[in-house]
Ligand binder design. Structure first.
Ligand SMILES: Nc1ncnc2c1ncn2[C@@H]1O[C@H](COP(=O)(O)OP(=O)(O)OP(=O)(O)O)[C@@H](O)[C@H]1O
Ligand SMILES: [Mg+2]
Length: 259
């Protein structure tokens, strides 16, 4: 599988993260329009975050070790993500973009052994969808473990895995900020060497069960040390950013390169 771009639409951009179960419909519709005008069948994988849908449901049920043990909690979290995925699908299909939702809970699972959680996956459905001219889309999800509970699999992790497995040219994380901000300024281009200090200096948000900005930086670190070439944190709420990325152009944001 090979892609030009893996783009994650963060929950901070496509939902109103502080208001339960509330999409950012203006942003969703605009991004759907930008795909309609600029996607042109390029090999792109879409991932989306949980925002005020997935995180909101998961926070009710997740325990201190990251497990969701109650069947109703697992099912409710899954459904919260379905609701957000449906809203995205409606907007994209309305613009004639063949948004094709693939449930990560059906192709990812955890094989747990002692304290180890090995994430297993089969991405053939994603590859087949790409080949069929579809726009595959995977949302952060609750996935099942061999120990009979659920665990959250973040959109950031899914995006990192898809980008690695498809040797993507670029792994782009769309958020509601212009990039990584330090001392009031957005950093432009940085090397991966700077990541460790940035992670230590950054705080997550309490309404995010997947680590917020520090979690994202860790995924980028993992990406670059596993063969990934280039990652980006950009503002997906700004008109035209997604469009430019789809056309292979640079945007304002923090680019993190392998060196
Ligand atoms: N140094 C920083 N620079 C930029 N943003 C930061 C920084 N530290 C914390 N943040 C916060 O990180 C947020 C983005 O991460 P967050 O996980 O909330 O969004 P997301 O990944 O888009 O959402 P989701 O996890 O629902 O997909 C920004 O809204 C900002 O408030
Ligand atoms: Mg996040």
């Amino acid at each position: 599988m090979r892609t030009d771009l893996v783009i994650k639409l963060g929950g901070s951009a496509i939902t109103q993260k502080d208001t339960p179960y509330t999409p950012n419909s203006v942003v969703i519709k605009r991004i759907a329009q930008e795909f309609s005008s600029s996607w042109g069948g390029r090999r792109v994988l879409l991932v989306h975050g949980g925002g005020s849908f997935g995180h909101r449901a998961a926070i009710k049920y997740i325990d201190g070790s990251g497990k969701l043990c109650s069947p109703i909690g697992i099912a409710e979290t899954r459904h919260a993500m379905h609701r957000l995925t449906s809203l995205l699908a409606e907007s994209f299909l309305e613009k004639g973009v063949p948004f094709f939702a693939i449930d990560p809970s059906a192709c990812f699972f955890y094989e747990e052994e002692g304290a180890k959680q090995n994430l297993q996956y089969d991405l053939q459905p994603v590859e087949l969808a790409l080949s069929a001219g579809l726009l595959p889309s995977l949302g952060g999800d609750v996935v099942l473990s061999s120990r009979r509970h659920g665990r959250i699999l973040s959109g950031d992790t899914i995006a990192r895995i898809l980008a690695l497995e498809s040797s993507a040219e670029l792994l782009a994380f769309g958020t509601d900020v212009d990039g990584y901000i330090e001392g009031g300024k957005t950093l432009g281009k940085i090397g991966r060497g700077a990541l460790r200090e940035m992670i230590a200096a950054t705080k997550g948000k309490s309404n995010d069960v997947t680590g917020g900005m520090p979690g994202k930086l860790s995924e980028i670190g993992e990406y670059l040390s596993s063969g990934g070439r280039r990652a980006l944190i950009f503002n997906a709420t700004r008109p035209g950013t997604v469009q430019r990325l789809l056309r292979g152009e640079e945007v304002e944001g923090t680019y993190i390169d392998i060196d």
